[in-house]
Ligand binder design. Structure first.
Ligand code: SF4
Length: 282
């Protein structure tokens, strides 16, 4: 008897399991996805993390949800009584309920929710959820946001005065000095780790603030090993040195950040009236 001929396909794409979107090659043997490998020909494909490499396990996991289930017992019942229904039934049921709630209480009574786009496969679908919400007439969207997201996104609002949509990503390709503060790109965003190594090769300097000796801390010119919980003091110390030496753009800070409102020169509440003195800014 002739042995069955093995057909192996290598499909180029990218891992969509987090916002890093690492270039990848899916290895498919006889129609079965068996491995995800890095694709060095892709700009972000130098390496894959453990989550990306486990992609076949996710696809074939016996407990993976493959079709809609409807609860048939009330909430709180130890047995939810899950019943398989078709996609059309599920969509009709949801649409019916959304319309009913909007009819009685208005579309703004519904909150739409999403897992974190940064650390899940939702980054490429969030805009569709927003589109559905807007078409419905809603305006409440709850999106999980990690600690790193506050730094990446919130820090830009305070630094530049706006969230800098779509570009709150460090320009590692052109950076002369990179500062990582409690950030471990080897785990959180692999493409930043590989871009940092490339930046160091072309001469960039690296400062890492982290109690742990992470992969990037080992490569740093300065590893500032703060005690956990004390990096606020380090930040204030840096601010003090910058203010004392005049290492800031006063016009920019006045126009675009909330720094002028942090310390009042009068008795008006935070944010009210004329922006006043900030530790020597006035
Ligand atoms: S960092 Fe990991 S999970 Fe995220 S895209 Fe890359 S391989 Fe996938």
């Amino acid at each position: 008897m002739l042995a069955e001929k093995q057909v192996t396909k290598r499909v180029h794409g990218y891992c969509a399991l987090c916002t890093s979107r690492c270039g990848s090659i899916a290895v498919v043997e006889n129609g079965r996805f068996v491995a995800l490998e890095p694709d060095p020909s892709h700009p972000t494909g130098q390496a894959l993390c453990a989550k990306g490499r486990a992609a076949p396990e996710l696809v074939y996991h016996p407990e993976r949800l493959l079709y809609p289930l409807k609860r048939t017992r009330p909430k709180g019942d130890p047995d939810p009584g899950w019943q398989r229904i078709s996609w059309d039934e599920a969509l009709s049921l949801i649409a019916e309920n959304l319309r009913r709630i909007a009819g009685v209480h208005g579309p703004e009574s519904v909150a739409f929710g999403s897992a974190s786009p940064s650390t899940s496969g939702l980054d490429d679908s969030l805009q569709w959820l927003e589109r559905l919400m807007h078409a419905f007439g809603g305006r409440n969207l709850c999106v999980a946001f990690e600690l790193c997201g506050w730094g990446r996104y919130g820090a830009n609002i305070y630094t530049f005065g706006a969230s800098v949509p779509g570009s709150y990503i460090p320009d590692l390709e052109n950076a002369g000095c990179i500062l990582y503060w409690g950030y471990n790109p080897n785990l959180a965003r692999l493409t930043h780790a590989t871009a940092t190594v490339a930046a160091l090769r072309r001469g960039a300097r690296l400062i890492v603030v982290d109690p742990r000796r992470t992969g990037v801390a080992k490569k740093a010119d300065h590893w500032l090993r703060v005690r956990p919980g004390s990096d606020g003091a380090l930040a204030l110390g840096l601010c003090h040195v910058m203010i004392a030496n005049g290492w800031y753009d006063e016009t920019f800070i006045r126009e675009w950040t909330n720094a002028p409102l942090l310390v009042r020169g009068d008795s008006r509440p935070f944010g009210g009236g004329k922006p006043a003195a900030v530790c020597g800014l006035e």
